[in-house]
Design a protein around this ligand. Structure first.
Ligand SMILES: Nc1ncnc2c1ncn2[C@@H]1O[C@H](COP(=O)(O)OP(=O)(O)OP(=O)(O)O)[C@@H](O)[C@H]1O
Ligand SMILES: [Mg+2]
Length: 326
């Protein structure tokens, strides 16, 4: 199951994605957490020390190897250089499973134990001064898009992405790649304005969007959110002393989180699990092809000197069964 956490800067995307993946891992579920934010903080939020978090490999730096592995023996993709972030898998491509070992995870992921449970973490990589142009941001996040487009995941296993703030994800197909998108919103006007923006895009692409209120301090806050987002409000997190203690470096165990916040984590998981029957691999594949053709025309063909439409395998549909026979 693929889950994104989006929302305004500072709303609590990193905090809630770290709590959510820890909650899943604690139950024994295979979990891959992905830090795709410009400010890379997911590692420390999960409980890694600064040196551990800093030692995470950068997916952006391994893009050529990721492409080389994923294209496998796909005859429609001549070489890794002509593979762009939206190049879809086809017959002969290699697919990824959440719980397996593969060269992409060996290069880009690290496994840690949190609350006694194993948890895999990948990160797009820190953004240096020179990176802060939009193009580089997109190439780093492009590694995540490639992974998602080659991932044959099933129920009971989870990949959760801590995304960048605002609407950057709309520029690519990335925001359509999830079974569930959690929009983290504080009960403020700015908090819900990002929701309205996302909601418009979401409607056009069948994005399954639910709002998670955060730093909620009372019934007035809940009422405010309910009024602003209606039925899309899934759960609320309170202002948390436990979260504050982690900020102070005291690293409490997850089972010491406030009961109402633990219950909210359960609600998130139940909503993700309940979304499985809505999954439509044909639509998922069709959308990636659509974004690929759009990218090919707008810059990909010119950059690679090839007609990238030829990379599309018209008979291929990604799916769990595909991975099992691969
Ligand atoms: N429920 C909560 N209770 C108390 N503090 C919280 C809560 N949620 C988040 N915070 C605090 O709010 C701050 C911002 O949270 P966080 O870093 O998770 O937001 P973000 O959306 O990831 O921000 P950015 O856009 O900068 O990545 C942090 O100091 C965090 O500890
Ligand atoms: Mg963050």
């Amino acid at each position: 199951m693929k889950i994104a956490f989006v929302g305004k800067g500072g709303s609590g995307k990193t905090t809630l994605s770290s709590l959510f993946v820890r909650h899943l891992a604690r139950t024994g579920a295979p979990v891959l957490a992905v830090d795709a934010d410009i400010n890379q903080h997911l590692g420390t939020a999960i409980g890694l020390s600064e040196p551990e978090a800093a030692s995470l490999p950068s997916m952006g730096a391994h893009l050529p190897e990721i492409k080389e592995y994923l294209r496998g023996a796909n005859p429609r993709i001549a070489d890794a250089e002509s593979m762009i972030k939206t190049t879809p898998p086809g017959s002969g491509s290699r697919l990824l499973r959440i719980a397996e070992d593969n060269p992409v995870y060996a290069l880009c992921a690290r496994e840690f134990r949190v609350d006694g449970a194993p948890l895999r973490l990948m990160a797009t990589g820190a953004f240096t001064e020179a990176d802060l142009g939009v193009a580089c941001y997109h190439s780093k996040v492009g590694a995540v898009e490639l992974v998602l487009n080659h991932l044959a995941d099933g129920p009971g296993e989870y990949l959760a992405v801590d995304m960048t703030a605002g609407s950057d994800a709309f520029a690519s197909g990335l925001f359509t790649r999830f079974d569930m998108t959690f929009l983290v919103a504080e009960p403020t006007r700015k908090g819900v304005s990002v929701y309205r923006q996302y909601k418009d895009y979401a409607a056009d692409f069948d994005v399954n969007l639910r709002v998670v209120g955060n730093k909620v301090q009372g019934q007035d806050d809940v009422d405010y959110l309910r009024e602003a987002v209606g039925e899309d409000l899934l759960a609320v997190f309170g202002q948390s002393d436990w979260v504050r203690r982690t900020e102070q470096g005291r690293a409490p165990r997850l089972d010491a989180l406030e009961p109402e916040n633990l219950a909210a984590l359960d609600t998130l998981r139940a909503a993700v699990d309940a979304s499985y029957p809505l999954r439509d691999w044909e639509r998922y594949t069709r959308q990636m092809v659509r974004f690929h053709l759009r990218n090919a025309e707008s810059w990909g063909n010119a950059r690679t000197g090839t007609d990238l439409a030829g990379q599309v395998d018209p008979d291929f549909v990604l799916g769990e069964a595909v991975a099992m026979t691969a």
